[in-house]
Design a protein around this ligand. Structure first.
Ligand SMILES: *Cc1c(COP(=O)(O)O)cnc(C)c1O
Length: 249
């Protein structure tokens, strides 16, 4: 069952209130926290509905799913472009296989899940080629995904690899490093909190030592069950699926 308009707008209002309360607890400006709708398994109609309610940032886990869904969403919205708050932004938040890097570069505004040197090099080469073909194109914004607890079943680089990966991304003229992303162990929010603090500290050190303090930068952390803790620890982009669309089938 796709989400009903009333349900989605009620949940969106509740989520925005919880974001504002979490910000108030730590004296942050709610404008510093962007809300991403995670649309894996959601039909195009649900995404178009979310866009019509003012959401502009969408996260998809799979290249192939986004390839099918994005044109369908755009077709649904073609009648109502004037009502959109601003252009939609699509981020890849699931693992990227090297053989899909070209499709990802063409499809997403941001790839949040770089976690190994070969993938960085490959995406850089592809984007440089795209930039040569289309002189208006700019470097592709990318984030490093960090596997803080080194969970073997999860993607993401070990935290001690982050400086080397950041340096290789920073050396790429086809890429623009714009933040760190993490999916911490699946624990209650209070127990996930130290991981959020750890990502903030890692990020602070990287930015300081690489002179990135004045560049656009995101800390992408926090999901439906733990986003308030993530915001209290410094998240600038929270990724919510269930809290907006309800349980996935
Ligand atoms: C599915 C997913 C989310 C959203 O999860 P919810 O618990 O439904 O909010 C966020 N980030 C990533 C990387 C995901 O795969």
């Amino acid at each position: 069952m796709a989400v009903e308009p009333r349900q989605l707008s009620d949940r969106l209002r509740a989520v925005r209130a919880r974001i504002a309360e979490a910000c108030a607890r730590v004296r942050r400006d709610p404008a510093e926290v962007r809300l991403m709708a995670v649309i894996k398994t959601q039909p195009p109609e649900a995404v178009a509905l979310a866009a019509s309610l003012g959401l502009t940032l969408f996260g998809e886990n799979r290249v192939q799913e986004a390839e099918l869904k994005r044109p369908a969403v755009e077709a649904l919205l073609a009648d109502a472009p004037a009502r959109l708050a601003s252009p939609l932004e699509w981020h890849l938040i699931g693992p990227l296989q090297s053989n899909k890097a070209a499709r990802a570069a063409a499809l997403f505004q941001v790839v949040q899940t770089l976690d190994r040197p070969e993938l960085i090099q490959r995406l850089d080469r592809l984007q440089q080629a795209r930039m040569r073909e289309s002189p208006g194109l700019t470097p592709l914004p990318v984030m490093l995904e960090i596997n803080l607890a080194r969970e073997p079943q999860k993607h993401g680089a070990a935290p001690d690899m982050a400086p080397a990966l950041a340096d290789s991304a920073l050396a790429c003229s086809g890429l623009r490093l714009c933040g760190l992303m993490t999916v911490p162990p699946d624990l209650p929010a209070d127990q996930a909190r130290p991981y959020f603090a750890q990502l903030r500290e890692l990020s602070g050190k990287l930015r300081e030592t690489r002179g990135l303090n004045h560049q656009p930068w995101d800390l992408s952390m926090g999901m439906s069950h733990d986003f308030e803790a993530a915001i209290e620890e410094g998240a600038t982009l929270v990724r919510l699926g269930t809290a907006l669309f309800g349980p996935r089938e």
